[in-house]
Design a protein around this ligand. Structure first.
Ligand code: TYD
Ligand code: MG
Length: 454
């Protein structure tokens, strides 16, 4: 028997090395390596994979496919994000910040399915069963026949739900609280999360249960611990929103059984999460009426579009004091550049005015596609003429004043259309979607358009 090798696994990114180091070479995190008992043994060369295999059949792409049965949650926005409902024998991971409403959403879905006759087990590792019961009562779901328990041992959970007919839906809230006794380490470590998830997913696949795992999200927005978790499950949904705001977005990041373009929109209310069928209303209410200096920018967060509001304020100075420029959420150098282009190429003067720029929601934009939206906000603020509130804006601005196309234009437009926007201020030659486009080759064109000179 070969001697098991020691290995050290980064608790932030899951990468493994054979030597302890202060800093992970893959993700750069400090003090994140922890020793993990390895079940990888060193094999000798006499293990030869070329002999002794079982022959299987290869078939064409046109062979018959049985579509996996889907179970609607009865919450249309949830089903939409899932691509039509939960798939039997599949695993879904729902990630999100603490307090964003993951437990609330899943309790509501579990109750709906149970009330429609589905067999549902809800296991909370975070809260006592009574806490969950009280929440269910507050949500008016106290009578739903959900089977509830508070537990953290994966072995006990599988023994319990594995008796007789397996449940149609098993909710595990959260995977970071689960503990598998086949592996050492505290709950929440990469190895525990991975081992627990592996066992639960295996159960789901074998018994045809739809499994939902709740996952916490770390500061940088990834699902805590392991990226590997995202690879293990079939569907990854992110539940996003700002706790200070009411709206929540459920977004498919990965879906083996559907598209990742769909999002579900909810509003957190007294009675739990309400579905929002007309999301633009939500986004536009806090924008108020037509306000000069505000534009909506469909930003790309990694591969995902996120709509943010850009606000500009221009204050004309009477005295000759040096005007201030202050930026929150964007690059101040880039603001200076846009102001310079507006001055030099479009004849607008900001030199005697203070300029404030803010990206709503505490977002930090690094996307150069924000140029056109920022320019529109600045022109609108200077002229005190609102940008049409039902339009988004994006495009890169060059020093020449040219407006250039940006990556993922189609995706940005689709996201805006989905969120209820009807128009867009975009670079010339943008791919047309469902929106009314106003296309610009130069920043001067945008100025003319916004000032009604076009
Ligand atoms: P929760 O579902 O516990 O979040 P998570 O599981 O993602 O950590 O949601 C908690 C927050 O939601 C809490 O701050 C209170 C709020 N909330 C409401 O506003 N209304 C409600 O009906 C419920 C149940 C929660
Ligand atoms: Mg919770």
């Amino acid at each position: 028997m070969a001697k098991p090798q020691k290995r050290y696994v980064c608790q932030a990114c899951g990468s493994a090395t054979s030597k302890w180091q202060g800093q992970c070479v893959d993700c750069g995190e400090w003090n994140s390596l922890a020793e993990e008992a390895s079940n990888v043994t060193v094999f000798s060369a006499r293990h030869d994979l070329r002999t002794g295999g079982r022959v299987f059949e290869l078939a064409g792409l046109d062979a018959d496919v049985a579509l996996p049965p889907r179970m609607a949650t009865g919450i249309a926005e949830f089903d939409r994000a899932l691509g039509g409902g939960l798939v039997a024998g599949s695993a879904t991971l729902i990630g999100g910040d603490p307090g964003i409403g993951k437990s609330t959403l899943l309790l509501q879905a579990a109750a709906r399915i149970a009330m429609a006759g589905g067999d549902v087990a809800y296991i909370s590792g975070e809260e006592a069963a009574d806490q969950v019961r009280l929440r269910a009562r507050r949500l008016g779901l106290g009578d739903a026949p959900v089977k509830l328990a508070s537990a953290t041992s994966v072995r006990d959970i599988l023994a319990t739900v594995g008796q007789g007919q397996a449940p149609a839906l098993l909710v595990i809230d959260s995977i970071q609280t689960m503990h598998s006794d086949v592996i050492e380490g505290a709950p929440g470590t990469v190895s525990q999360v991975r081992a627990s998830a592996q066992e639960l997913i295996r159960f789901a696949k074998e018994r045809g249960t739809a499994l939902i795992l709740v996952g916490h999200v770390t500061k940088d927005g990834t699902i805590a611990g392991p990226r590997v978790l995202e690879h293990m499950v079939d569907t990854v949904l992110a539940f996003e929103g700002e706790r200070s705001h009411q709206y929540r977005i459920l977004r498919a990041i990965k879906n083996r059984f559907g598209g990742t373009d769909e999002i579900g929109v909810f509003a957190m209310a007294e009675g739990g999460l309400d579905e929002v069928t007309n999301p633009s209303a939500l986004f536009l209410t806090h924008r108020g009426e037509e306000i000069a200096g505000a534009t909506v920018f469909p930003a790309m967060e990694g591969t995902r579009p996120v709509l943010v509001e850009i606000q500009a304020l221009v204050v004309r100075l009477q005295s000759g004091a040096t005007p201030r420029r202050a930026v929150v959420g964007w690059d101040s150098g880039r603001l200076a550049m846009i102001l310079a282009v507006l001055e030099a190429r479009c004849g607008l003067s900001f030199s005697t005015a203070e300029v404030y720029l803010n990206v709503s929601g505490g977002y930090r934009l690094s996307d150069p596609a924000a140029d056109l939206a920022v320019a529109a906000a600045l022109i609108s603020a200077l002229a005190e003429r609102p940008v049409p509130p039902d339009a988004v804006a994006f495009g890169e601005v060059a020093l020449s004043g040219e407006v250039r196309p940006v990556a993922h234009g189609g995706l940005r437009l689709r996201e805006a259309a989905k969120l209820g926007f009807t128009g867009a201020l975009v670079p010339k030659g943008s791919e047309n979607g469902a929106l009314r486009l106003a296309e610009f080759a130069t920043l001067g064109g945008l100025v003319d358009h916004l000032l009604g000179r076009g």
